[in-house]
Design a protein around this ligand. Sequence first.
Ligand SMILES: *[C@@H]1O[C@H](CO)[C@@H](O)[C@H](O)[C@H]1NC(C)=O
Ligand SMILES: *[C@@H]1O[C@H](CO)[C@@H](O)[C@H](O)[C@H]1NC(C)=O
Ligand SMILES: *[C@@H]1O[C@H](CO)[C@@H](O)[C@H](O)[C@H]1NC(C)=O
Length: 469
Amino acid sequence: MHTRERYKVCSGHERTNTMKGHLLLLSCVSIALSLTYHGVNEAGAEFAPSNLPGANNKDYAFPTTSSIDWFIARGGNVFRIPFLWERLQPSLNGAFDATYFGLLDSIVNHTTKAGAFALIEPHNYIRYRGTPIGQGVRHSMHRYPLILLQSVSTNDFKSFWKSLASRYADNHRVIFGLMNEPNGVKTEDVRAAMQAGIEGIRSSGANQLILVPGNAWTGAHSWFDSWYGTSNAQVMSNITDPLNNFAYDIHQYFDGDYSGTNRDCKNGWNTESVFGKLTQWLTQRKVKAFLSEFGFSQDENCYHIAANVLDYLEAHSDAWSGWTYWAAGPWWGDYMYSVEPSGNGVADQWRRVLSNYMKSNGSVPTSKSSTTTKTLNPTSESTTRQTTVQTTQITSSTSQVQTTVTAACSNHYGQCGGKNWNGAFCCEAPYICIFSNDWWRNAMFARDTVHYHSPEEQNEDAVGSDGSF
Ligand SMILES: *[C@@H]1O[C@H](CO)[C@@H](O)[C@H](O)[C@H]1NC(C)=O
Ligand SMILES: *[C@@H]1O[C@H](CO)[C@@H](O)[C@H](O)[C@H]1NC(C)=O
Ligand SMILES: *[C@@H]1O[C@H](CO)[C@@H](O)[C@H](O)[C@H]1NC(C)=O
C-alpha cells in the first residue's frame, strides 16, 4: 500500500489533514488516488430497446471515438459500453449479428488500443426479448405464431457469454459486465444466471475481470433489503469464480428514491448509511465492488454528495475497485446527467466533481504501487477561488514529490489557458474556459458558441493539460 494523504476539501467536508504545513496555504489540496478504475458510461448502442433489431444512427448510436479520447486525455481509464443482447445475438444460441458486433468491436478496439478498459455489458435487465433468464415457456411457433414469449435458460446466457468472451480472450483491457440491473425476479434466479455467465466466460478461456450484479437494480442502498425477495447480501455471497477475478457490480443514484430519475438529490443524504454496510460486507468477504452507475444533475447538493461518495470509495479502496459515471454518449442532448463533451463546453458534473477524481495520466496503472494525485476544484462558495496546478510530479512506490503553484482564477474574457500560459486554468463563476487558439483560451459564458477548426481542437476544449480549469 502506498501512503494516503488526507486533506481538507474546498467544498466543506472536514478531513484529517496530515499534510497541514504544506496545504494550509491552499484552498484546495491534493490527495493520492487509490481506485484502479475511473471513467464514464458511454451509452447509446442500447437505446430504443423495443425497436428490434433497430438501425444504427436511427434507433441507437454507438459512442464516438472523440468522446472516449476526450476522457482518456483527462485521465479516464474505463468506459462502460452498454449494448443490447438481442441486437448482438438475434436468436438464442445463434450467430452474432456481424454489423452490430463490428460496431461494438470497433469501439472496444479503439478504447483498448488507447490504453483504457472497455467494460461491455448487455443492458437487458436480466431479460431476452422480455423474458427473464430462467423463465418462459417454449411454444410451438406453428400453434401460437403471435406469442413471442419463449424460454430463456441459464444455459442460453452461459453460451452467449462464452461466445462473446471468446472473442476477447486475448484483449486484457476488456472487462465483462454480466448484466445490467436485474430486477423483478427472484434473487436466487439472479445468482443462478450470473453464475452461469461466469462459467460461460471462464470456459472460453477469458480470464479478465467480471462484474456481477445483484437483484433489484443492484443498488447499494438495498443490498440488505428483503422487499424484493431474499437479500442480495444473503444470496449473492454465494457466487464463485474459478479465477476469483470478479467484483460486484453496484449502481447507486443520489435522488430521494434512489432511482436516478430526479434532478434533486436526497435531502439529508448519508453516504455511510447507503454504502457502509455493503462496504463492510465486501471487506469481510475480501471481495470488491465496482460502482458502474451513478449520476446527478447540476446542483450544489448533488456535487457535495457525489464528492462525498467518491471520497468514501477512495477511502475504501480495499472494497471498491472503481466507478463509471452515468453518462456520456452521443445522443443525450440536454439530459440532466449528461457529461458528453461538446462545443458548448464541459458539463459541470465533470468540471466540479468528476475531474477531481481522475488520475492526471490516462494510462492504466501497471502496478499497485503507482500513485497519482488529484486536485480539488474550489466551489462557488469559496470567496477566493484558487487552483492548484501541478508543475512537477514524481511518483514511486514510496515517495512522492510535488510542487504546486496557485493563482487567482480568470474573470470574463481573461486568459485561462494556451501554450506557455503560466496562470490559472480556472475561471470565476459563471464563466468557463473556452478554447480560442493554441495560445489563448478565454473565460467565457458557457453558452458562448465556439467554432472549432478541427476535432482535435474541440477535444482540447477548455481544459488545462492537468485537467483543471
Ligand atoms: C479489432 O481488433 C482485432 C484484433 O486486432 C481485429 O481482429 C478486429 O478485426 C478488430 N475489429 C474491428 C471492427 O476493426
Ligand atoms: C449456493 O447456492 C446453491 C443453489 O442454491 C446451493 O446449491 C449451494 O449449496 C450454495 N453454496 C453455498 C456455498 O452456499
Ligand atoms: C503516464 O504515466 C506512465 C507511467 O508513469 C508513463 O509511462 C506515461 O508516459 C504517461 N503517459 C502520459 C500520456 O503522460
